[in-house]
Design a protein around this ligand. Structure first.
Ligand SMILES: [Zn+2]
Length: 139
């Protein structure tokens, strides 16, 4: 499930950034094949464009450390990334390629949420290099 806090953070950041992309990190935990997205944080990409947002690692690590300290939940960790599309389209071929390749570094699945300009969330997941279906995600 995606907690309303996370959804609000993503929607607000996407609205502020439009017509550029915004993005950031998803925090929560996996419970077998179900994911709980408790919170989202924005990570600014100073070079974001209308078709690109890149996770800047130093900013991302700072944002992650701050968010985990603030939330203080024992299971809370990094579960994936989100970014916005200032168009009514979901995850691109490049987005899916990126998540597949990034997922090779983790034992648990990696989530990608794409916020479309019509407020639809496109939720994808990959595990060890393969796309997989996310069960029990209510967007
Ligand atoms: Zn994208």
């Amino acid at each position: 499930m995606i907690h309303s806090d996370a959804r609000q953070t993503i929607t607000a950041a996407a609205g502020r950034a439009a017509p550029l992309e915004a993005g950031g990190l998803l925090l929560g935990w996996w419970d077998s094949d179900k994911v709980i997205v408790r919170s989202a944080v924005e990570v600014v990409d100073p070079a974001a464009s209308g078709t690109s947002w890149i996770r800047r690692e130093s900013f991302a690590q700072q944002a992650l450390d701050r968010a985990i300290a603030a939330l203080g939940h024992p299971w809370m960790g990094y579960v994936g990334d989100w970014h916005s599309h200032p168009a009514p389209c979901g995850a691109s071929a490049q987005d899916l390629k990126s998540i597949r390749s990034a997922s090779r570094a983790y034992s648990q699945p990696l989530l990608l949420i794409v916020h479309r300009c019509d407020d639809v969330l496109d939720v994808r997941a990959a595990r060890r290099g393969r796309l997989q279906t996310v069960l029990e995600v209510t967007a």
